[in-house]
Design a protein around this ligand. Sequence first.
Ligand code: ADP
Ligand code: GLC
Length: 483
Amino acid sequence: MTIRVLSVASEAVPLVKTGGLADVAGALPAAVAPHGVAMTTLVPGYPAVLAALPKKAKAVHVWPSLLGEPARLMAGDLGGHPLLVLDAPGLFVRDGGIYGDAAGKDWADNWLRFAALGRAAADVASGAVKKLGFDALHAHDWQAGMAPAYLRYSPAGATVPSVMTIHNMAFQGHFGVDRFPGLGLPPEAWSIDGVEYHGGVGFLKAGLASASAITTVSPTYAREIRTAEFGMGLEGLIRSRGGDVLGIVNGIDPAQWNPEHDPALPARFGLRTLAKRAVNKRVLEAEFGLEPGDGPIFIVISRLTWQKGMDVLFEAIDHLVGVGGRLALLGSGDMAMEAKLHAAAARHPGRIGVRIGYDEALSHRMQGGGDAILVPSRFEPCGLTQLYGLAYGCVPVVSRTGGLADTVVDANIAAIAVGAATGVQFNVVTYAALAEAIDRTMGLYRQPEVWRAIVRAGMKSDFSWGRSGKAYADLYRRLTESA
Ligand code: ADP
Ligand code: GLC
């Protein structure tokens, strides 16, 4: 029997994206479809999302007042799968980013914007919209965290099972106690096993406390968040949910990321036509103003933040250049970090190329032309850029944490001997460890046969959604059967 699941997220490819959450929310419907799950995705009606709706789209439901705001539900399409859009212009139509203004400051009413998303999701999942029925709800990250809580505290919703997925424990949606009355929850929700969190309202906490099951995006991160170092204050709650917490690793969407069919690449290639990568490398050199050469080009595609270890990367830039490497970096985020990067590029003309901003097509060209992708994250729930690197023959050089630990096989002597190595791992995110990892990568690159074997093993490794799509489907089935 087909299971109908409503997936709720604050971003989804190809409509709107600020990070990996969007890739995953966009890919999930196709990932679970072969396993008997019909998934509908609900996202907020930001301008870019409304613009993608068909001209004649009709409202399938109207809320005269959704937590005080007029709202409608519109039907659309997400890569061939059903889409629902929460059209509430007072909340989601504004200039700037989806979470904050153009200067990066969070919108002051984010609590209301995403409480409304959760309220709408719970209404839809529990049958408020005639002709739409769902067997389960799947909420992603804090922005959807209130959905399981609204289900739990509403008479019609309490029987609908829900899954809460943590894509990043560092973002929790924590607001003041004065917001509680505006959420429209019954008084009993204000409790330590409800939405209360350190004297305020915690959206992720509410989802974790209310959902029937919890998942996160890799088995290693599922273990890590049980500890104080990675749990960010929620480790106790995670531990108390015991076996309800599963780690399911992300896959990549072959419709978006396949080097044989990627329209963004100057030269498309596959395992049998690897030599064509050289064309992409020359284009990359030109795009980043790097002097042409046979040595490796390291790439970085990242938010410029502490999580991603970018401060440590900057410390290692001179070393990278000193041992003969070149670097092409695409990123945005912290302004102070951006300034440091420009300074590094000025220090090493022709060796360091920097592009500040967000550029999807460029990120594809970098994966298709670079030799190694550096991902020195302090924590990484899953990480997608190393998976794209594997698929595109751009060898991942990663810290051994979260999904990076689970998806890259370190090129130690034993792994090289059996042909299993797909990248380079290092243990702690320090200058010394990163510099050593760069040295090891340079050493491997200088052995063309070994390097080719690593590239090929990476391209052949399983980064598809296959097993993970089935794991989500199995989870939904288990929950709906026991509901
Ligand atoms: P996170 O979601 O924590 O930022 P992930 O590795 O899961 O990390 O996902 C990041 C996604 O965003 C990837 O698809 C990556 O290619 C993309 N990305 C990050 N920074 C940029 C950028 N500056 N330009 C284009 N794409 C980017
Ligand atoms: C988060 C995490 C990242 C993960 C992505 C998708 O943004 O930081 O590691 O890959 O979500 O699950």
